[in-house]
Design a protein around this ligand. Structure first.
Ligand code: F6P
Length: 411
């Protein structure tokens, strides 16, 4: 490959997004690339020339190993939308100016639906202007809502955290036995797609009865039906644990988290509202309307930062996705995203592919309707067959002084 390459991270982090950086670095070095740069704070930082040389951190095996086990985005992230090219061509030219300064021939951008918009815009601009730099997207999102790819790196680890924590919480909630009714609402991220909340179903096994209801944003949420369900559950059992997506909304489109007026009216540059608080709202509603004690737990950022319980499968696939992006660049591809493909047959196998970024940027893939139970309070066996392989295996942190050691940027 001619010249150097750069890798950036964008959007909400995951427990394995750094493994993709490691994959890019390993494959690029194998291919004889001189410099593998990292953009600090994604495209937003890159526009201000915030660039580091990954050799400083990853030249030895120990750095690579630590990076794979470090949560959050090592390079820093951003939620930044490039402007419409006609309204601000300067910004596009600035990107190419910085690329030329560091002799960068290919940019790898790790992110979700919005971040793939950046890959799309830059690769389209390069084509239009006859520039020969290439742009390849590497999927990541705990939300698992990118289309085309079978699943997204980051999802398996967040799902593993959710299933494990719920299993622990279900034990805790049952501690007073028949002496007290205890209702627990667990709010799970995922915006408009219910993949993460569906992972609550994975808590169930021989030593755990599982959660009592799962509410995904794919179905309209009805407050009366919800209260009816809670009362019906409370008539036959004392310990009740309910998983609810941060993105559940009423039939009129209003988010449940906005109902008490506490929901944030603020939207990010991609028009997404910050969704938080529906668990607390519903717990309050239960107390008020039924008199039962109810409490809420919001997994919030814990579910995407939990590298202490990351899925080894997920880490390996994130790393592989980084490598596959470099291979695509070696074949002079551009305007594509790496996809994960599920191999045929009974035993789980994951392969990689490539897909046109135009079919992916800004799109959301929801949980299929047929995987949601008819009553709208659970997911079917098909979901479990899909998700269970993604949470397999562990790669524990490197511990020092009793707590995990992380790789941290100096700048
Ligand atoms: O990136 C996905 C995600 O973690 C969503 O599940 C969540 O709604 C959102 O990011 C939160 O974003 P932020 O951390 O920027 O508020």
């Amino acid at each position: 490959m001619r010249g150097n390459v750069i890798v950036g991270q964008s959007g909400g982090p995951t427990a394995v997004i750094n493994a993709s950086v490691a994959g890019v670095y390993a494959a690029a070095k194998r291919a004889g690339v001189n410099k593998v740069y990292g953009m600090v704070y994604g495209i937003q930082g890159f526009l201000e020339d915030k660039v580091l040389d990954l050799d400083e951190y990853l030249a030895d095996e120990a750095g690579m190993e630590l990076l794979k086990r470090t949560p959050s985005a090592f390079l820093g992230s951003c939620r930044y939308k490039l402007p419409d090219v006609w309204s601000n061509e300067e910004q596009f030219e600035k990107v190419f100016e910085v690329m030329e300064k560091y002799d960068i021939s290919c940019m790898f951008y790790i992110g979700g639906n919005d971040s793939m918009d950046t890959v799309k815009m830059l690769s389209d601009y390069a084509k239009q202007k006859g520039k020969n730099q290439c742009f390849i997207g590497i999927p990541k999102t705990i939300d698992n809502d990118l289309p085309i790819t079978d699943h997204c790196p980051g999802y398996g680890s967040a799902a593993k955290y959710i299933a494990t924590s719920l299993k622990e919480i279900i034990r805790d909630n049952a501690v007073y036995g028949d002496y007290r009714t205890a209702i627990l609402l667990v709010e799970i991220m995922g915006r408009h797609a219910g993949w993460l909340t569906a992972a609550a179903a994975l808590a169930k096994d021989d030593s755990c009865e599982g959660v009592d209801a799962i509410y995904l944003p794919e179905r309209d949420f009805n407050l009366d039906e919800f209260l009816r369900k809670v009362k019906e559950l409370a008539e036959r059992k004392k310990s009740i644990v309910i998983a609810v997506s941060e993105g559940v909304r009423l039939g009129n489109g209003r988010f449940v988290c906005e109902l008490d007026g506490a929901g944030s009216e603020k939207t990010d540059v991609f028009g997404h509202k910050q969704l938080s608080g529906c668990g607390a709202f519903l717990a309050g509603l239960i107390q008020e309307k039924t008199g039962y004690k109810a409490r809420a737990v919001e997994f919030s950022t814990l579910q995407r930062a939990a590298s202490h319980i990351a899925s080894l499968t997920d880490i390996e696939e994130a790393f592989r996705a980084g490598e596959a992006a470099v291979e695509a660049a070696l074949e002079e591809k551009t305007g594509m995203m790496v996809t994960l493909l599920r191999g045929e047959g009974d035993s789980y196998r994951c392969l990689t592919g490539l897909y046109d970024i135009h079919a992916i940027a800004n799109q959301e893939r929801k949980v299929p309707t047929e995987w949601i139970t008819e009553d709208g309070c659970g997911v079917t066996k098909e979901y479990e067959v899909y998700a269970r392989p993604l949470i397999q295996g562990e790669l524990f942190p490197i511990y020092e002084n009793g707590i995990p050691k992380h790789l941290v940027r100096k700048v």
